[in-house]
Write a protein that binds this ligand. Structure first.
Ligand code: PLP
Length: 401
């Protein structure tokens, strides 16, 4: 079958809840992917940062091979010999007391919301069913009904109500609004340290630190959604480290599964995650031995291959190079580590046509919203490959000028 046949089949039988670029990938290794016609592309999206380790990492192949032959699922009705190791290793790496394992990012965000509410009722003594969680405009935390209940993106919400109450929306990066929104019923602030899906939006310098201080002084939990920014993507293990912020709860996912398996988790202290009792929350697949074996190896790879340092170093260089591109279409280039957005001016005709042209040139990027091109290659990328990409990016900006 050729690409066109696959595309026709997908469009005929698959629900149209995505608008993919027309490239049908059939194999991948590291930073490279190949389509069914054997054309080669550089992956500059990394599955929305779910393959920070690069595609089909040989160590993960080995781990999966050996784990699937031994044990894949026990459910949490019984214990297994992988979950305790993942839990202890994650805590050791991050300094948190406890981990609650889930599968998708959205499930882990839901878990953090439940944790914050439980903490509010049990510890802060907020009257039952009155807890509020503060979130930010333009947030992206996933697609469940509760999570889209506090989205400000019409596209994510239309036709999906009624919605879950208990959320208060403030402008992103606005300290005065945060202060004004906090009241005795406030359980938590849930925030992305960089709003990736919104178009790689960074809060003003110092905001995260000030916001975390404000939360602490008001007995409000600070919850960081590091599903996309975490595990090295922005040049620190957690992006919050840039401002010395230590969230009460951190949500991780995506690259925790190394692109092999959905694995997510909430990290936190005894005073929050310690509040859960048997039966109050769960997941059939959460903490399964295959997921845990994959996550353990995925974390070790990040450490052994110095991916955090590489993201910081290569990202800083690449950002600088992108900023040097002179094009009447570019409004702003921004980002941290290897999470970079190029915002185009409204009159540039949309980011999509640039992504299509980049694809033709051998570089797979995806637009986020209408006018931002996201650059987020695997964290293993080397200078020479970034140079290869840069040449193509420059050429596309010249051609579409
Ligand atoms: C991807 C993402 C999610 C949702 O993760 P899923 O695995 O798609 O449910 C939540 N928050 C952020 C910041 C994300 O980037």
């Amino acid at each position: 079958m050729d690409s066109k046949q696959y595309i026709d089949l997908e469009d005929r039988y698959g629900a149209h809840n995505y608008h993919p670029l027309d490239v049908v990938i059939s194999k991948a290794r590291g930073i490279w992917v190949w389509d069914v016609e054997n054309r080669k592309y550089l992956d500059f999206l990394s599955s929305y940062s779910a393959v920070n380790q690069g595609h089909c990492h040989p160590r993960l192949i080995k781990t999966v091979r050996s784990q699937v032959q031994r044990l894949t699922l026990t459910s949490r009705a019984f214990r297994n010999d992988q979950w305790p190791l993942l839990a202890s290793e994650l805590c050791e790496m991050t300094g948190y007391d406890m981990v609650l394992p889930m599968n998708s990012g959205a499930e882990a965000v839901e878990t953090a919301v439940k944790t914050a509410r439980k903490w509010a009722y049990r510890i802060k003594k907020v009257p039952h069913d009155e807890a509020e969680i503060i979130v930010c405009a333009n947030n992206f935390h996933g697609r469940t009904v509760t999570i889209i209940s506090f989205s400000t993106e019409c596209l994510y919400r239309e036709d999906f109500g009624p919605f879950t109450p208990g959320f208060v929306i403030i402008p992103y990066g606005d300290l005065a609004s945060l202060e004004a929104a906090i009241n005795p019923r406030t359980a938590a602030l849930l925030i992305e340290p960089i709003q990736a899906e919104a178009g790689i939006l960074l809060p003003p310098a110092g905001f995260l630190k000030e916001a975390a201080g404000l939360c602490r002084r008001n007995n409000v939990l600070f919850i960081a959604d590091e599903i996309q920014t975490g595990l090295g993507r922005t040049g620190r293990f957690f992006d919050c480290e840039y401002e010395g912020v230590r969230p009460d709860l951190v949500v991780v996912g995506k690259s925790l599964g190394g692109g092999f398996y959905p694995v997510s988790a909430v990290l936190g202290g005894k005073e929050t995650l310690g509040l859960f009792n048997p039966g109050e929350h769960g997941s059939t697949f959460g903490g399964n031995p295959l997921a845990c074996a994959v996550a353990r190896e995925a974390l070790r790879i990040i450490r052994d291959e110095n991916m955090v340092e590489n993201a910081a170093e290569q990202g800083a260089w690449f950002l600088e190079q992108l900023k040097k591109i002179r094009s009447r279409h570019i409004k702003e280039v921004r980002g941290r580590g290897l999470l970079i957005g190029v915002e185009l001016k409204p009159e540039a005709g949309g980011a999509r046509r640039f992504c299509v042209a980049l694809k033709e040139a051998g570089l797979l990027c995806k637009e986020t919203h209408d006018n931002v091109i996201r650059f987020a290659p695997p964290l293993t990328i080397r200078r020479k490959d970034l140079n290869w990409a840069l040449k193509r990016i420059k050429s596309v900006f010249r051609t579409l000028a």
